[in-house]
Design a protein around this ligand. Sequence first.
Ligand code: ADP
Length: 353
Amino acid sequence: MKNDYTQDGPIGMSLQGVTKYFNEVGAANGVDLTVRQGQLVALLGPSGCGKTTTLRLIAGFESVDSGIIEIGGQRVAAPGLHVPPEKRRVGMVFQEYALFPHLNVLDNVRFGLRNAPARGQESARIADVLDLVGLIGLEKRMPHELSGGQQQRVALARALAPDPALILLDEPFSNLDAGLRVRVRAEVQAILRQAGATAVFVTHDQEEALSLVDQVAVMLSGKVQQMATPQELYWQPANREVAEFIGDANFVPGNAYGRHIECEFGTLEAQFSTHGPVDVLIRPESIAISPAPPSDAANRVRSQLFFGHDQLVTVEMANGRMVNVRLGPTYQFAIGQPVAVQVRGLVMAYEKN
Ligand code: ADP
């Protein structure tokens, strides 16, 4: 379930033009990011794009070279200003959970409250968060007596205990095996929603990002390229780089006349109006194929990847271009089969630079 107020509610956290250099390399290279209160946001990008650096800058483990960071209405970082991590009202959940192995569940969660001002109400708060994450009854267990999913809930309870303005989660599901991951993701999402938490997940896993959050910020080469809902990101990527990073993308050259595009697939309709030479993005889900009579100039099926729930078929067009087509699992095309190719729905067109 998405929160509808999250698109234009009060700001929970913002980064404006944040940079961080390591030996002349801009790990964060002018990062702009606004997260609304109660929003779940994924910072998604390939390895080395600067996600971890950005997370560490937000948490306060690194200081910014330039730019401004605000959390819960408080300015925490700017040139010459560095509020220490424990004063930022940020809760962290690490990839390895970072639980204390010699402390039981209760004491691990209590540790989360070490900097909290409300002394005396600790026990009630701990009981509340343990209830929220569904760990009542397991207070005396040691971390090694818990499953991976339960350990993660302890980490989440510890982060949520002081009622932080922001929760940061660093690749929180990468330690779980594939079967468990989907379930634990849904649990963590439900817990964060119930807590009304504002949260930023760092992940390199597209499926995880698209299925988990309200907004995905795609980071490439030290910059947020686009922040949008999962649907928008997939169907309306801001540029070619984002389109190629998210999912599978077919590109063909074309000419735009407003919303009409002329290309080798005929006349297509674009989502937005442009003019002149363009690159046309056609998602594999937007292409249909059907058997065609054999001919020397036929498009032919060249390969098939069967995934169970669907399949990706590669067609070599008569002009030599390879095109990926996503089909349901029941279609059967033989390798070498001649096919007719048809594009359905609206496409994106990018003006050539
Ligand atoms: P990601 O989390 O997206 O994989 P990082 O933020 O870890 O990316 O790294 C971004 C870039 O900054 C990489 O080129 C990395 O090598 C470099 N980098 C990160 N931290 C340091 C550091 N402490 N010292 C030097 N270079 C670093």
